[in-house]
Design a binder for this molecule. Structure first.
Ligand SMILES: [Zn+2]
Ligand SMILES: [Zn+2]
Length: 441
């Protein structure tokens, strides 16, 4: 039996660190952050902050401190899912929003994580999602508006954190689900129903829209022509073209405060088809055979694509980058989400790739960082306890060896992770990774 890979200290002082204010994009050098159990008890200049006796000191000189990262679109109850949870912590992801899974299992894991027997992130979960037909992921099949009302009521009894809706809900059924969720004070989030528009979903109170579904690309006539020739799968994933200005739609979402979770990282797999390799494959050692079989079962690539179809796919992917930047500039709030576990988004690792996709879209590294820190906290109505480094908030923190505002890839250079009163230094994080790799064999 291995010793626990983390250390539990009641009092921790991170000294002489540069603390990043993700809300403002500024940094305060030479700060000391005091942690008492799960909470931050002081943030102040090192020169004037008194460190209590008995505190474990962590030298933050030459290091940067950011709030713990959130992956706002994952599925955790997958084959070997329990062993995958440590990968989030090992990657600095201290919170996830589970967008569909078995709620009893998630509740059990949450208790194990809370008591410290299982290393894992905080989990905000939908439980089974509402869908208009059967699906391989935990769901409730609903057809009529009455079905939708009953389903939302049953989810209320189950105690889920929010309601997730999927693509095939009939129009009136979607509206009924949205009304009932509002009546029950539950947030509603998920796919855009194919039978309503982005604006209608936003006006119905859908709190987040996933995968950019329903968002058309603004294209030149030449682009419209070539994209129309794409295979049906890619036309669904990357949508069609319009020459009409979409700013009224973006402004509408911004006014309503509707969040968008682009999930660009998993979509890269669709962009490069029929080419088989994606960057995420380099992390295959963390994926068990049963998980790999599951990932193949939920996404079977279409056969007989011409070998050069990946060129068009990547051009379509580039339009999604343009769309993300347009949404950002219009003031639509964005969330980082990876749909983990997918081939290009292994749990935890994928979040860093998604941050990079935001920067590739044209966001600054600081704005990208906000989609995984400040914005998730704001989305969850939890800015009083999460999202920034401040006295009284939860001490979910990531210590970095380099400044992420200079290069977003620096979020991968993790020196330590703090969550729930535990300190995972580099050696402890490496042990989590080694254990996850062993579990996948
Ligand atoms: Zn989805
Ligand atoms: Zn999903």
């Amino acid at each position: 039996m291995l010793a626990p890979s983390f250390a539990v200290f009641q009092l921790v002082a991170i000294t002489h660190v540069t603390a990043i204010d993700v809300a403002r994009g500024t940094a305060r050098p030479d700060m000391t952050v005091l942690i008492d159990g799960p909470r931050i008890t002081a943030v102040g200049a090192s020169a004037s902050t008194v460190i209590p006796g008995g505190a474990r000191r962590i030298d933050g000189r030459g290091k940067w401190l950011i709030p713990g990262l959130w992956d706002m679109h994952v599925h955790s109850t997958v084959p070997t899912g329990r062993a995958l949870l440590a990968l989030y912590v090992a990657n600095g992801v201290t919170g996830v929003r589970d967008m569909g899974g078995d709620f009893a299992t998630i509740r059990r894991w949450r208790e194990e994580i809370a008591t410290g027997t299982l290393p894992g992130p905080r989990i905000v979960a939908a439980g089974p999602y509402l869908e208009g037909h059967s699906s391989p992921i935990a769901h409730i099949e609903v057809h009529t508006p009455d079905d939708a009302r009953r389903a939302v009521d049953s989810l209320t009894v189950l105690g889920v954190d929010f309601v997730k809706v999927h693509s095939a809900l009939p129009r009136e059924t979607f509206f009924a689900a949205a009304r009932e969720a509002r009546r029950r004070h539950l947030a509603l989030a998920g796919h855009l129903s194919r039978n309503v528009t982005v604006v209608e979903a936003s006006d119905s109170g859908q709190r987040s829209l996933e995968h950019l579904l329903g968002f058309v690309n603004v294209c030149s006539p030449a682009e419209s022509l070539s994209f129309a020739a794409a295979d049906p799968l890619r036309r669904i994933v990357f949508n069609s073209c319009t020459s009409r200005d979409q700013h009224a739609v973006y402004a509408h979402l911004a006014r309503n405060g509707t969040w968008v979770t682009p999930t660009l990282t998993p979509a890269w797999e669709f962009a490069v088809l029929p080419k088989h390799d994606v960057p995420g494959d380099s992390l295959g050692r963390f994926v068990s055979d049963s998980l790999r079989a599951y990932m193949v079962s939920i996404f079977d690539p279409p056969p007989n694509l011409p070998p050069e179809a990946n060129i068009l796919g990547q051009q379509m992917f580039a339009k999604r980058h343009e769309l993300v930047l347009a949404l950002h500039r219009a003031g639509v709030p964005l969330l980082s989400g990876t749909d983990a576990p997918m081939r290009n988004s292994p749990p935890g690792f994928g979040l860093h790739e998604e941050l990079l996709e935001f920067v590739r879209s044209g966001l600054t590294p600081t704005a990208a960082l906000r989609t995984a820190t400040y914005e998730p906290a704001r989305y969850l109505g939890a800015l009083d306890s999460l999202g920034t480094i401040a006295k009284g908030k939860l001490a979910d923190l990531v210590l970095l060896d380099a400044d992420p505002r200079v290069d977003i890839a620096n979020t991968r250079r993790i020196a330590a992770v703090f969550t729930r009163g535990r300190v995972y230094d580099r050696a402890a994080l490496d042990q989590l990774l080694a254990e996850a790799q062993r579990a996948a064999r």
